[in-house]
Design a binder for this molecule. Structure first.
Ligand SMILES: CC(C)(COP(=O)(O)OP(=O)(O)OC[C@H]1O[C@@H](n2cnc3c(N)ncnc32)[C@H](O)[C@@H]1OP(=O)(O)O)[C@@H](O)C(=O)NCCC(=O)NCCS
Length: 135
């Protein structure tokens, strides 16, 4: 039901466990994707990072890296979080590269835990610490 979905989204947007951002192309102010922090834990100062450049023609142009960098900076230096975490499939090379350029490092994996295209793939874990971030 549409109304239930809208209600669910409204509750998520109100929740302190999430912070949402829309990513715009500077020149046209066109919205091209979104990025958000989820599972924010203010006691342990941790959160999970998520991003999608929804408009495919805007992928591979540096927007993902820049958005990740800005959210890292905001989360670690403004919100005061200490550890940001993310999960990414091992075949998503452009995402892993963008996250590394922004300041995330690989900290582990769950091997062969995602089945797609007739084979198992690892899920890669990445993290960024406030004490190591040089945004
Ligand atoms: C993942 C995503 C956010 C990355 O954002 P983006 O704007 O496309 O990425 P950027 O242009 O900033 O950086 C991509 C980097 O990966 C590199 N790259 C692309 N394909 C690659 C490949 N097959 N192997 C290695 N590196 C690759 C690019 O060359 C670039 O690095 P460089 O600047 O050093 O040359 C975006 O592509 C996206 O939304 N994809 C679909 C949704 C998704 O996968 N979300 C993430 C789920 S974890």
């Amino acid at each position: 039901m549409l109304e239930e979905e809208i209600h669910a989204f409204e509750n998520i947007f109100k929740s302190k466990e999430y912070i949402f951002f829309t990513i715009y192309e500077n020149d046209t102010q066109r919205p091209i994707g979104n990025t958000f922090l989820s599972d924010i834990d203010y006691k342990n100062r941790t959160a999970e990072f998520n991003i999608v450049i929804g408009e495919k023609e805007f992928r591979g142009k540096g927007y993902g890296t820049e958005a990740a960098l800005l959210v890292l900076d905001y989360a670690l230096n403004i919100v005061g979080l200490h550890n940001l975490f993310l999960k990414v499939f091992e075949f998503n090379k452009s995402a892993i590269r963008a996250y590394e350029k922004a300041g995330f490092i690989i900290c582990g994996s769950r091997r062969q835990s995602h089945y797609i295209g007739g084979r198992y793939w690892d899920i890669i874990f990445m993290e960024a610490l406030a004490t190591e971030f040089k945004g």
